[in-house]
Design a protein around this ligand. Structure first.
Ligand SMILES: [Zn+2]
Length: 397
């Protein structure tokens, strides 16, 4: 009898594993935000080789292991003073990141393909490869020149996160250390949004201020995404979205892609050495307002050293799925997805890189989500928005 019971338990476990695998491989798995291009440019990361977290969370072999059908590589530029030399520098940096992505993709066409439309994502995933898509995190490289929206569209960029952690020429940031500058979206920002709608570029509201978010909802003809944002009611960070914002986003047909970066998933343990040391560092570097490039590099080196000496205790997949549950409860299962922020600080204790994405599916299955619901969360919802953005572009052109 004992043996029979044991056999039954083993069978149940195997069936459960197979179920997770089947659902995960059947879904179009899309991650809408990673900062991988930065590592390619700064560290010469070769994506055809397998690396290890935390140094690197995304490469082509691990995308395959994690059953990832499409991933957005964000061209991230940190906000600096808005002077012509900085505009030029970030414009060039964005081009460098596009070039590195293109080189890495073209050298590995057996594993990946560059996708610049929703149908290309579906096509490439059907071939058993991962679609690499381009987004831009922070509209800083657009400077004050509307023509640059077209320049980046023509190079394959399909979303722009309007700003990053400080205000820019397009809109206010949710975390600007000084104050609101435009009280939402600027006049130039309005023109950027209109042009993005015309071209079929997705507007990304992650990082922007609440007022800027409400302006975008008014201004955009197409639904919008938050490529990597979590729920403020669970984790009170200005970068996360309030219930009211999530409701408006959903009403507009958009999607919030839950960001699996620790600070946006659970409130920090303010008694941990990791937290205390980082707070000291923040004060030392004037709330991350650097005087120059050397100072920025020094701050990051010290930041990395703190993480090595006092490794942060990361939240778990279950903590992240709590955010998904919350959105589902609030507005339904059609308006939520996942944007990891891997290679930009994203990662959970039991999902440290793209190869471990099936752990999220396992948790969703455990909580009773159906395969149809999981397919929506992993990519269906995002693809719906992407297609709506493309359809509006066709209509306006
Ligand atoms: Zn970000």
């Amino acid at each position: 009898m004992k043996r029979a019971a044991l056999l039954l338990v083993v069978l149940i476990i195997i069936t459960g594993c197979n179920k997770v695998e089947k659902i995960h491989s059947g879904a179009v798995v899309i991650d809408t935000h990673t900062d991988t291009p930065m590592l390619m440019v700064n560290k010469g990361l070769n994506l055809s080789q397998r690396h290890e977290p935390p140094g690197s969370c995304v490469d082509f072999p691990r995308l395959k292991e994690g059953g990832v059908d499409a991933i957005f590589f964000a061209l991230f530029t940190g906000q600096k003073e808005r002077v012509s030399e900085n505009y030029d520098a970030v414009y060039n940096l964005a081009h460098q990141m596009i070039d590195s992505t293109r080189v890495n993709v073209s050298r590995n066409s057996d594993m990946v393909g560059l996708a610049t439309s929703s149908s290309a994502i579906e096509e490439i995933s059907k071939q058993g490869k991962t679609a690499i898509c381009l987004g831009m995190e922070n509209g800083f490289p657009i400077a004050k020149d509307l023509r640059r929206v077209d320049v980046f569209y023509n190079l394959g960029v399909r979303y722009i996160t309007l700003c990053h952690s400080s205000n820019n020429d397009i809109c206010d940031s949710s975390t600007d250390p000084v104050r609101p500058e435009h009280n939402g979206v600027s006049e130039f920002g309005k023109a950027v949004i209109a042009r993005m709608n015309q071209l079929g570029m997705i507007i990304d509201v992650s990082h922007i201020s609440d007022d800027a978010f409400y302006d975008v909802i008014e201004l955009s003809k197409a639904p919008v995404i938050a490529s990597h944002s979590s729920v403020r009611s669970i984790c009170d960070h200005p970068r996360n979205m309030s219930d009211e914002m999530i409701k408006q986003l959903a009403e507009n047909g958009g999607v919030i892609q839950i960001c699996i970066l620790g600070n946006y998933i659970s409130d920090a343990d303010t008694t941990s050495m990791n937290y205390i040391k980082k707070e000291e560092l923040r004060l030392k570097y004037n709330n991350w307002q650097y005087k120059n490039e050397e100072e920025r590099k020094a701050a990051w080196a010290e930041y990395d050293a703190i993480n090595r000496e006092y490794p942060p205790v990361l939240p778990t997949v279950a903590d992240a799925v709590d955010h998904i549950d919350y959105v589902v409860e609030l507005v339904g299962v059609d308006y939520v997805g996942i944007g990891s922020d891997f290679d930009g600080g994203g990662g959970l204790a039991n999902c440290r890189d793209v190869s471990e994405f099936p752990e999220i599916t396992r948790e969703l299955v455990k909580r009773g989500y159906t395969s149809e619901e999981i397919e929506k969360i992993w990519g269906g919802n995002f693809l719906r928005v992407y297609k709506a953005v493309e359809a509006i572009a066709v209509k306006t052109n």
